[in-house]
Design a protein around this ligand. Structure first.
Ligand code: FES
Length: 119
């Protein structure tokens, strides 16, 4: 089997079997930061404001990248926002397309999605 062409192939689980294969491995210079193809934009609205975000972006990342840190308000009035970013803390809950308590860190932005924060 020929050695992988990119660093990403190594991340996928390939391990070189011979010294020659290991020495021909791509270096960080060659491919640690692979250039990604241009991304498609997805249009969503956040509290009524239109927002264009790269396709594949989670709602939490979209909000944070656009300066929204207060995703909801606790019963005591404290601001709440993402904490774990993996779906376990429920601190990032927002209303998406009218459905409350959706975890923003788990939802990928879809065209026309309406997000409401609990300000
Ligand atoms: S940030 Fe913890 S559940 Fe979303």
């Amino acid at each position: 089997m020929p050695p992988p062409a990119t660093v990403g192939d190594y991340r996928a689980g390939y391990a070189p079997r011979t010294r020659a294969e290991a020495s021909s491995a791509p270096t960080q210079k060659q491919g640690a930061f692979l250039k990604l193809p241009p991304q498609r934009a997805v249009a969503i609205t956040v509290d009524g404001r239109p927002l264009a975000v790269p396709a594949g972006t989670t709602v939490a990342v979209a909000l944070l990248n656009h300066g929204v840190a207060r995703f909801r308000t606790a019963v005591g009035g404290e601001p709440r926002g993402p904490l774990c970013a993996m779906g376990t803390c429920f601190e990032c809950r927002v209303t998406i397309d009218g459905t409350p308590h959706r975890r923003a860190c788990l939802e990928v932005c879809a065209p026309g999605m309406a997000v409401e924060t609990g300000r």
